[in-house]
Ligand binder design. Structure first.
Ligand SMILES: [Zn+2]
Length: 436
């Protein structure tokens, strides 16, 4: 059989038709890989993933033998209201508190148009790099008001066929926190969002603040996603206080702790006790290596710490741990391209995973965040799921994470949304000889 050029055929797939991709290497939910065909319906959902499917009824059929298909990458923690404000928010200290103050000042004047422009630009870049779903925390407080959450809610609803967005009502406590304002506004913010969030460590009354967040979540039937203990001061952590509320409010399996940097600062027996509670209460963890490497440990005279939580130990203990971008080009993290493979690499390196755990890093940007975001049967390379996937020229999961593809095609809801290629320009041998 003469094989068509698979990459040319992928580019020419008409949107809105059923199609089959045959003979590719597919990464399954459990991390195993096999050569399978993928059948996608005109409604943008996967009909079947099996070897040697009957593809005669398909609108198009592309042979992708030799290529790897990964489920779309998931970014379980971003800040789309803050993205792209770096140049307007100087943070000379480089610290977390400095970044908070710089953004709070900016947020007072950031209107919906500004937020819309910056957020959509970052979403586009993420999508082009294979991210098909993002969970974003959006500040709702006296400085930001409702501009961010309202703007992002409208982007989420309008872009749902292109990318899955989840919003966390990030009820940020600011100096002199006004519990009255929080009490009056939290339900309205949560109604626009998909989850409830906040930063207990910054609150003047963490127990009361935690109770307010968990109560609002239970009332709205939505999950909780906290910025928890993004610091390295072992003496003041709120892990037990937060875990107590998971238990008391019945939020097992519906709560995420983001950051938990302080776990790295705790003595091992204390860490182990808390890790057992996290596992028993089915709480998910999200590590944010870019932010923690950048923000934490700036006050150390010598040997500054990495600032991340105990990534490798949490993973090996069986706790669901995802990794994510956090901030992209703002005072919290001045860099970032929305490339989850880059984040996976940083997680492996800074989190002290091993060379034989590249697949674990892949899981942290696919199946683990899918579980924490509650995507359920909508996600993965399986019948019934939304057809969100990335077709690359890598040979397996390890090479995908280690070095990334030279050619990648991103499909969202069964439509090609990005096609990128790195090409090496050949230099004539004779010319090289001349130059030498
Ligand atoms: Zn964050």
């Amino acid at each position: 059989m003469v094989r068509d050029n698979p990459t040319a055929s992928l580019v020419n797939l008409a949107s809105g038709q059923s199609f089959a991709l045959t003979g590719g290497t597919v990464i399954h939910d459990d991390g195993s890989q096999s050569i399978s065909d993928i059948l996608v319906g005109a409604n943008g959902r996967i009909i079947a993933v099996e070897p040697l499917l009957d593809t005669t009824s398909c609108g198009a059929c592309v042979d992708i033998a030799g290529m790897l298909v990964s489920p779309g990458f998931l970014d379980a923690h971003q800040h789309l209201d803050k993205t792209g404000v770096l140049r307007f928010t100087p943070n000379p200290s480089g610290t977390l508190q400095g970044a908070r103050e710089a953004f709070a000042k900016y947020a007072r004047t950031a209107g919906p148009d500004d937020i819309h422009k910056r957020a959509t630009r970052t979403i586009g870049r993420c999508l082009s790099r294979g991210t098909t779903a993002i969970r974003s925390h959006i500040n709702v407080d006296k400085d930001a008001g409702f501009h961010g959450i309202e703007t992002l809610a409208s982007i989420r609803d309008n872009a749902k066929d292109r990318i899955t967005l989840q919003l966390v009502a990030f009820m940020t406590p600011h100096p002199g926190q006004d519990f009255e304002w929080l009490g009056k506004n939290i339900d309205g913010a949560v109604a626009l969002a998909d989850a409830v969030g906040g930063t207990p460590a910054v609150s003047e009354d963490p127990p009361r603040y935690l109770d307010t967040l968990f109560s609002a979540a239970v009332k709205a039937g939505k999950p909780v996603d906290l910025h928890l203990d993004e610091h390295l001061n072992a003496g003041v952590h709120l892990l037990d206080a937060a875990l107590d509320r998971v238990e008391r409010f019945g939020m097992q399996g519906r709560t995420v702790f983001s950051h938990v940097s302080v776990l790295s600062a705790l003595p091992r027996p204390d860490f182990q006790r808390i890790a057992e509670r996290i596992l028993a209460l089915d709480v998910g963890v999200v590590t944010l290596p870019a932010a923690n490497l950048y923000l934490q440990g700036r006050d150390y005279e010598m040997l500054p710490p990495r600032g991340l939580t105990r990534v490798a130990e949490l993973h090996r203990a069986g706790i669901t741990i995802a990794t994510a971008s956090d901030n992209i080009q703002d005072p919290f993290v001045p860099t970032g391209s929305g490339d989850m493979l880059e984040i996976a690499r940083w997680t492996l390196l800074a989190g002290h995973l091993r060379g034989d755990e590249l697949a674990a890093a892949h899981r942290m940007i696919t199946m683990a965040p899918a579980r924490l975001m509650g995507l359920g049967k909508n996600y993965g390379l399986r019948a019934g799921a939304r057809a969100d996937f990335v077709v690359t020229d890598c040979i397996d999961t390890d090479t995908l994470v280690a070095g990334g593809p030279d050619r990648a095609f991103v499909f969202s809801k069964g439509r090609l949304v990005s096609d990128t290629a790195t090409t090496l320009t050949r230099v004539e041998e004779s010319r090289m000889t001349e130059d030498a």
